[in-house]
Write a protein that binds this ligand. Structure first.
Ligand SMILES: [Zn+2]
Ligand SMILES: [Zn+2]
Length: 253
């Protein structure tokens, strides 16, 4: 038999089976149909109960195993000799069985569809709620980010102010340091003049010395005090720790 004959067919009514009926099927007086496997299994015991609607099937013709694609010889003979109204009655009942099965299948499909729709709606609702809560979270995070940015800008501004002040203090410190060095040198020169020179070459000019170079460090913690005035010496040299004075030739006096 061609498989295409089985395409437009009924399904087994056994719970969760839904096999396409093909070859032989078990049909019942309660208008249910089962595949060969479930029919032969369920209806071998007695009393027979319909697995689909629990009807008792005790009559002799309540359960029939029928060939779904009967032979030409069978079709030619099965209703032969019967009066037309009986032929039509039999056909009508067979058609009613068929329409009931189709109707049941349609009801089942509609039920499945409505359940799926309910599930889809529930999922949509859940997703919408999740999206809303995520958007709320996102908005809160954005607010937090913008407030943190404001705080950061404030800190940046304060930092640049402090850095400016620090540079100013360092400038003041360098001036004071230069002033201090010059004063110290001047004092030493005066002290050495008052005592007799031990070395003849130490003829010193009070105005001719060079100040000790200031260390090029940034002791920001030392930066303090009022602004020193009159920075006498600029152009500081590198450290020469043992050379306090620059000795000038007396001839150049
Ligand atoms: Zn089945
Ligand atoms: Zn039944």
């Amino acid at each position: 038999m061609a498989l295409s004959l089985c395409d437009d067919t009924l399904l087994c009514n056994f719970p969760k089976c839904r096999t396409k009926l093909c070859g032989f099927a078990w049909v019942t007086a309660c208008s249910h149909a089962f595949c060969d496997q479930h029919g032969s299994g369920e209806f071998s015991r007695s009393p027979a109960i319909c697995p689909a609607c629990s009807s008792a099937l005790s009559g002799k013709l309540d359960i029939v195993r029928t060939e779904l694609s009967p032979s030409e010889e069978y079709k030619a003979m099965v209703l032969a000799g019967l009066r037309p109204e009986i032929v039509l009655d039999i056909s009508t009942r067979a058609l009613a069985f068929w329409s009931y099965q189709i109707h049941q299948e349609r009801m089942y499909q509609e039920y499945t569809l409505s359940r799926a729709e309910v599930q889809v709606k529930q999922l949509e609702k859940m997703l919408n709620q999740q999206n809303q809560s995520r958007e709320l979270d996102l908005g809160a995070m954005r607010g937090e980010i913008s407030s943190l940015k404001k705080v950061m800008e404030e800190y940046k501004r304060k930092y640049s102010e402090v850095a400016e002040r620090l540079m100013e203090r360092n400038r003041q410190y360098q001036k004071l340091r230069g002033l201090y060095d010059s004063l110290r040198l001047r004092n030493m020169v005066v002290g050495e003049r008052d005592t007799p020179a031990t070395h003849p070459h130490h003829l010193l000019n009070p105005g001719g010395f060079r100040p000790l170079p200031s260390p090029r460090v940034s002791p920001s913690f030392l930066a303090m005090g009022p602004e020193g005035e009159g920075c006498l010496f600029t152009g500081l040299e590198t450290d020469r720790p043992n050379t306090f004075f620059h000795i000038r030739s007396p001839l150049r006096e």
